[in-house]
Design a protein around this ligand. Structure first.
Ligand code: HEC
Length: 145
């Protein structure tokens, strides 16, 4: 009965290897969720000094069209004309994972960037980075346009 016994052992080894593979996959996805880009706590607490109103969101819309739309798309869904060529893909800015972030957190991310998204620190004036955040808030479902 040695052959049967070694067959059983072989299958046990195959199953164990399979389980290890699955466990490794689960650990990997737990370590690297797609929304792992986190602003430092201090930066996330920064208050938006620019009140959201018709004027500031209109100013933000212009900035968005010239600096963000190519990647994030006209309605912020992450489907701009340049999106296909990018890894990772631009985020959908209308979803809760983004909209639940503080203005300070978004400001830090726009300022700092993360490849392929550029750092806008020297590209967009500080005031306009806050304006664009006021506009991004209008992209949430039910947000005021
Ligand atoms: C060259 C393409 C590109 C441009 C231009 C761009 N982005 Fe992005 N953006 C990305 C990509 C790619 C990501 C996803 C990065 C990641 O998760 O690693 C992203 C992510 C984000 C996020 C989500 C961060 C998070 O919490 O995961 C915000 C908010 C954002 N962009 C806002 C903007 C704004 C506002 C502008 C314009 C001022 C802009 N982006 C311009 C490519 C771009």
């Amino acid at each position: 009965m040695t052959t049967n016994r070694s067959r059983v052992l072989m299958w046990q080894a195959v199953i164990a290897a399979g389980l290890l593979f699955i466990a490794a996959g689960l650990t990997y996805s737990a370590d690297a969720p797609p929304d792992a880009w986190k602003a430092p706590a201090r930066a996330a607490k920064k208050q938006n000094p620019v009140p959201a109103n018709a004027d500031t969101t209109a100013a933000g819309k212009k900035i968005f069209a010239s600096s963000c739309l190519a990647c994030h798309g006209a309605t912020g869904k992450g489907d701009g004309p340049a999106a296909n060529a990018l890894t990772p893909k631009p985020r959908d800015l209308s979803v809760p994972a983004i909209q639940n972030q503080t203005d300070g957190s978004m400001f830090w991310k726009i300022t700092t960037g993360k490849a392929p998204m550029p750092a806008f620190e020297k590209l967009i004036a500080e005031n306009d980075r806050w304006n664009v955040i006021n506009y991004v808030r209008t992209l949430a479902p039910g947000g005021k346009k």
